[in-house]
Ligand binder design. Structure first.
Ligand code: NAD
Length: 433
């Protein structure tokens, strides 16, 4: 594989580098390349709210609709100080590939509001969320573009958004948004879906090679919705979780750590490192006793382990640190954690990378189940959600693995190839190309 190194690396240039690489391998013509390289629509607005102190505040807001050849646009909304058009475009593009890789009838989109939710009150976050729907409502809808949560957005926000949408459209619209609370049209299993989807893939890999999970050491960066659930699932299945981290830093123990205990402690103290070095009963003596030490997020990536799971930020495994990665397998739960330069180095080192567009697709898959439930008025059981998620994830993984093997590609290239071909097929039958 090759990586086109651009002058200034941004989320979108990194997406395009992978796209170009795969375009060459699957020999696409210029018209198809053009259609698959740029979003179909970019919407941007400035959201104005009244802060609690009575002053007005403005926030740039975006909705990028990348491709809807296979069905309504689908993609989360991110609240973050760095959420800009470039990032939202890259995330929208990844969504289009992701929905195609898992074969659910959606396209790809993404939204963002450039704000720091940590500096906003709950009332202000609600104001922003309702204003977002008023600003972009005419571009949203169950059959048009269906949002969901992403970084710093949650079920409460989805409920406010649905409520605002129903008010302005005078309609009943449970399928216009997913990731809602159970009491207001949510699906069982949505909160754990991303982690479970990745977990099914890991289990398949482990079973196929008849590996003993307890001998597999796992390091996980990020202890939020996706990372914490993943740590608990793996621990429960007997894997040895040797390291976890959050934005404050991480902890490492070669003997393994108990993520359930950490989750409980984190709720009390607010950080993972707090488990062993903060709080009244947790001091340095206890840290020594447990053989646990504090580490930085950078150190976590380079630990001696078998499986590395980035589950926090993008752009963390780069040309600068990829050669020092010691894991044999990387499962990308975060979106865009590995740069194209790092991909080249990892491929040479024969590190297997299960890419974001496959590894974290469990979230959007259960969002699809929620959309189906919203349209039909049914409530599926947790067992049904889990069974169907497993079926979808394993079918996608097997297709990607077959493509990688047959066409001598990395798993990322193969996942892009599978996704792009499916989008192209839909564009062809619709007469777009
Ligand atoms: P979250 O906000 O619940 O958790 C993010 C975690 O990352 C937190 O533990 C936070 O402390 C940590 N973090 C923040 N800054 C960090 C830093 N500098 N270094 C290390 N850790 C840091 O978010 P989430 O929903 O768990 O999403 C995490 C990643 O997974 C994102 O890239 C997101 O796009 C991706 N993802 C999530 C889902 C989902 O359903 N939750 C689905 C697909 C992809």
């Amino acid at each position: 594989m090759t990586a086109k190194i651009s002058m200034k690396s941004t989320p979108y240039t990194r997406f395009q580098a992978t796209l170009e690489d795969v375009f060459q391998k699957i020999e696409l013509g210029a018209p198809e390349r053009k259609l698959l390289s740029e979003p179909q629509a970019i919407h941007r607005e400035t959201i104005t709210i009244k802060r609690d102190d009575g002053k007005k505040a403005e926030f740039p807001a975006f909705r990028v609709q990348f491709n809807n050849a296979r069905g309504p646009y689908k993609g989360g909304i991110r609240y973050h100080p760095d959420a800009d058009l470039d990032e939202v475009k890259a995330l929208a593009a990844l969504m289009a590939i992701k929905t195609a890789v898992v074969g659910i009838p959606f396209g790809g989109s993404k939204g963002g509001v450039q704000c720091d939710p940590k500096e906003l009150s709950k009332r202000e976050v609600q104001e922003i969320s309702r204003a977002y729907v008023r600003a972009f409502g005419k571009h949203l809808g169950a059959d048009i573009d269906c949002p969901a949560p992403d970084v710093n957005t949650n079920a409460d926000i989805m409920a406010w958004m649905r409520d605002e949408y129903e008010k302005i459209t005078h309609s009943y619209a449970p399928a216009m948004i997913t990731g809602k609370p159970l009491a207001y049209g949510g699906s069982l299993g949505r909160d754990t879906a991303t982690a479970r989807g990745g977990f099914f893939i890991l289990q398949e890999l482990t079973d196929r090679d008849a590996l003993d999970p307890s001998e597999l050491r796992v390091a996980i960066q990020g202890f939020g919705n996706a990372g914490a659930h993943m740590a608990q699932l793996l621990h429960g299945a007997g894997y040895t979780v040797v390291a976890v981290s959050d934005s404050q830093g991480g902890i490492y123990s070669p003997e393994g750590i108990d993520p359930v205990r950490i989750e409980k402690y984190k709720h009390k103290t607010g950080s993972v490192a707090g488990e062993y070095c903060k709080g009244s009963v947790c001091d340095i003596d206890r840290m020594k006793m447990d053989g646990v030490r504090k580490i930085s997020n950078e150190e976590l990536l380079e630990l001696p382990c078998d499986i590395l799971i980035p589950a926090a930020l993008d752009n963390v495994i780069t040309g600068a640190n990829a050669k020092r990665i010691r894991a044999k397998l990387i499962l990308e739960i975060a979106n865009g954690p590995t740069t194209p330069e790092a991909d080249v180095i990892l491929a040479k080192k024969r590190v297997k990378v299960i890419p974001d567009v496959l590894a974290n697709a469990g979230g959007v898959t259960v969002s699809y189940f929620e959309w189906v439930q919203g349209r039909s008025g049914e409530q599926w059981t947790a067992e049904r959600v889990d069974q169907d998620l497993k079926r979808v994830m394993l079918a996608a993984f097997r297709e990607v693995r077959r493509t990688a093997y047959r066409e001598k590609m990395t798993h990322r290239e193969a996942a892009f190839a599978v996704g792009l071909r499916r989008i192209m097929e839909a564009m062809k039958v619709r007469g777009w190309i």
